[in-house]
Design a protein around this ligand. Structure first.
Ligand code: UDP
Length: 396
């Protein structure tokens, strides 16, 4: 990794009831270390080590730094991209995890490392409906929702319901259990922002009846619901506004990173919407999970932006992906979807000052790791393509 993380206070993970929980011997161990720097990262107990070239996880490290006050948590949206990474990380910290998902856009394969393991339970359930969890729960992490624009536009009513009824139901679980509640909100609450970077104080610029409104307004409602439960019942909420993120397991759901990676690997045209000058900032999934856990362990209701402040145009992203994949793909331009935000970049000064977090993974490094996963995932498709190309060459 090119950049190294400044040391951040390990105290941020402490809690009066701190335990070094462990429910399973021989499980994967997470540590703060990257091969690129060769340095451990003090105070960052919940990061696994991986080889930046192969993307493979490195040998386990001693589990001597993991500390969390949480013993048992509920994660909605557990079979999704972020939900599954979160479940995996928490389980690796010795936390018992109850994952809930209706599999509308999530996939059980995302949980393949956890299914059947002690300390992990999966409930196939739509959180739009009442959910009963028996026993004590320390935290409820609400990640259930379609998240890619094509997905939420394909499921507009389910998206509204999970953001509204689903959030209220999960807030109800947290209230019943006296648990902390983490809301996976989104940069979409800022809509098509008129200021950049976006600080948490910005109220946003959302088209309330546009095609994206089912997601944007549902998440805005969810934030309002969190604050109502906080103000009315004193519920201990955390509102995280999550910006664009990527990494292994991000399936081809129409989002730009998997779309471009797949197109580049297949040698297809790279479809840039609009003129490609719209910007996004892309946070690698491990960084994002670090940020969410840092926030969960700090004493601040939020909202807090969690994302990478390095901004790229979509065209720049396309060029980087073509270069990294050494692809013959060419950029083609397609119509810009309605209400597509022109710029998006988080102001993360709050996350930095509150829990000492900032992203660490350079875009090219994160994409390289993601690429490894894509190659493995689409290996057969890709080798068939190679064979076709080879046959074509033979015929020439
Ligand atoms: N985009 C693109 N080509 C694609 C998919 C997306 O140019 O094949 C653009 C999209 O118009 C947007 C940006 O990439 O400006 C990010 O889109 P994404 O769907 O990943 O999420 P968003 O940030 O819009 O929620």
């Amino acid at each position: 990794m090119r950049r190294t993380r400044p040391a951040c206070a390990s105290a941020r993970l402490s809690h009066p009831d701190s335990t070094n929980g462990s429910h399973e011997s021989g499980r994967s161990i997470w540590m703060g270390c990257f091969l690129g720097t060769g340095l451990g990262v003090p105070g960052l107990p919940y990061r696994f080590a991986f080889d930046t070239i192969t993307g493979k996880r490195m040998t386990s490290a001693p589990n001597n730094e993991k500390k969390t006050w949480m013993k048992r948590v509920v994660v909605s949206g557990s079979a999704g991209f972020l939900g599954s990474h979160l479940c995996e990380r928490l389980h690796g910290m010795g936390v018992e995890v109850i994952g809930v998902d209706n599999l509308l856009t999530g996939h059980m394969e995302n949980l393949s490392s956890l299914i059947g393991k002690e300390g992990f339970t999966f409930l196939h359930h739509n959180v739009v409906n009442y959910l009963h969890i028996s026993g004590e729960v320390d935290a409820v992490l609400h990640f259930a929702s379609a998240a890619s624009p094509p997905d939420y536009m394909d499921h507009p009513i389910q998206t509204l319901k999970v953001g509204a009824h689903g959030t209220v139901n999960m807030l109800g679980v947290a209230k019943a259990k006296g648990a902390r509640f983490l809301m996976a909100s989104t940069s979409e609450v800022y809509g098509d922002p008129q200021i950049s970077p976006q600080p948490e104080e910005y109220w946003g610029h959302v088209n309330p009846i546009g095609v994206r409104s089912v997601y944007d307004e549902a998440k805005r409602y969810a934030e309002a619901a969190c604050m109502a439960y906080h103000r009315t019942h004193g519920l201990d909420v955390r509102i995280a506004r999550i910006f664009n993120c990527y990494g292994p397991r991000l399936r081809r759901d129409g989002r730009v990173v998997p779309a471009f990676l797949h197109q580049a690997l297949m040698g297809n045209n790279i479809t840039v919407f609009g003129d490609g000058t719209q910007t996004r900032s892309f946070c690698y999934v491990d960084d994002l999970i670090d940020g969410l856990l840092g926030f969960l362990h700090c004493d601040y209701v939020g909202p807090v932006n969690v994302g990478n402040p390095e901004e790229y145009t979509v065209l720049e992203l396309a060029k980087i992906i073509v270069e990294l994949t050494d692809s013959v793909s060419e950029v083609v331009y397609r119509d810009l979807p309605a209400d597509d935000p022109k710029q998006r970049c988080p102001d993360i000064s709050k996350a930095k000052s509150l829990f000492g977090w900032e992203p660490n993974v350079d875009l090219r490094d994160g994409l390289t790791t993601t690429l490894q996963w894509f190659r493995a995932e689409f290996g057969r498709e890709l080798s068939e393509l190679d064979q076709r190309v080879a046959l074509q060459r033979k015929g020439q």
